[in-house]
Design a protein around this ligand. Structure first.
Ligand code: ACO
Length: 322
């Protein structure tokens, strides 16, 4: 049975940087409030590139860095909650933009857990003989679905994309995984609702912007993320002390600190870059992974737990030997 390994990582973030002070010019907020509640100092905002543009830029970097020809890519999965359109999928747009003519391409919608969900699906497909090289990308332009008049959500999010190129491998790199969904809590994070109109013919529906019950999500994350990580570690038959790095979804630095405490693990094992990017949903973990690899924080042979949580509500953890 085939296993897989990560052969390259990459990330792309838009050039426009919006600081907390910039936001305080637009709404009743402050650098002190945002920084102390979330750890966010600034975020990158796209003013021209859509989700597929950022994802395709990541795809091109992955090809360049790995030396893998576009025609050899068999699978492209994009995790996103801010796609360019209902159809075509963002992944299909990426396939066209990078010229990966032989790849099967589709999106996954699991909000901030999306990257872990997409890795898990890619992992299953890579066991089939037809799939040897897979691109898994998390990409978001959340700025286009944010209600910029709602300070309780507007200050939290940013745009960006990150991804990995996976290739089949004889070595054992996937150690354990855990996915869980909590549909009864679906109303805690909602974006892009399109109700069915009562009239016929109906006007073209407008999408509703992002809303979130921040306190409920905070409580959910601090309980369910440690539980998911523990279940994945049990499946991997490893002790948490053996995990070298915990790459958590970057939603709130306080949540990350709380998860570290609940797992009884040193905070030094939890890299954080939310100060620079804010919450980039499905893109946050692959951006962090790419940065950690580039900086030499994560090295080959180390054990890495990637854990996400978000809309659905959903959680997901995957433990790999990098
Ligand atoms: N600036 C200043 N004041 C603000 C702001 C702001 N940007 N936003 C809210 N406030 C005010 C509120 O109005 C409230 O005032 P009041 O006490 O007078 O009513 C006060 O600050 C406290 O508001 P809370 O919402 O209770 O603040 P809290 O301490 O809970 O922090 C936060 C809010 C940061 C959103 C926190 O709840 C959180 O991080 N939750 C988790 C969010 C998350 O993880 N999301 C990830 C999933 S997202 C996804 O899947 C896409």
């Amino acid at each position: 049975m085939n296993d897989w390994k990560i052969v390259s990582t990459a990330s792309v973030t838009p050039n426009k940087v919006v600081t907390n002070d910039d936001l305080s010019q637009l709404m009743d907020t402050s650098d002190e409030w945002i920084r102390s509640r979330t750890g966010i100092k600034r975020r990158h905002i796209s003013t021209s590139q859509n989700t597929s543009d950022l994802a395709a830029a990541v795809g091109k970097k992955l090809l360049l860095e790995s030396g893998c020809p576009a025609q050899d890519v068999d699978l492209i999965i994009v995790a996103t909650m801010s796609p360019d359109s209902y159809t075509p999928s963002t992944a299909a747009l990426v396939q066209g933009k990078i010229g990966a003519g032989h790849a099967v391409a589709f999106d996954i919608s699991a909000a901030c857990s999306g990257f872990v969900y997409a890795l898990t699906v890619a992992s299953a497909l890579l066991k089939k003989p037809a799939f040897n090289h897979a691109m898994v990308i998390g990409s978001e332009t959340l700025s286009k679905i944010i209600n910029w008049e709602d300070r309780s959500t507007a200050v939290l999010f940013g745009d960006g994309a990150g991804g990995v190129l996976l290739s089949t491998s004889a070595d054992h790199h996937l150690l354990g995984e855990d996915l869980a969904s909590f549909g009864q809590l679906g109303d805690k994070i909602v974006a892009g609702q399109t109700p069915v109109a009562s009239a016929f013919p109906a006007p073209v529906a407008k999408l509703s912007p992002f809303t979130m019950d921040g306190r409920a999500v905070y409580k959910f994350a601090t309980h369910e993320v440690p539980a998911s990580i523990k279940r994945a570690a049990a499946k991997a038959q490893i002790d948490l002390d053996q995990v070298d790095h915990f790459l958590l979804h970057q939603a709130n630095a306080r949540i990350i600190r709380q998860v570290a405490r609940r797992l009884n693990q040193p905070l030094a094992k939890f890299p954080i870059n939310i100060d620079e990017y804010g919450n980039t949903s499905a893109a946050s973990e692959p951006i962090l992974l790419a940065e950690c690899v580039k900086k030499g924080v994560i090295n080959h042979g180390e054990i890495v737990a990637l854990a996400g949580f978000g809309g659905g509500l959903t959680t997901g953890t995957i433990i790999i030997k990098y």
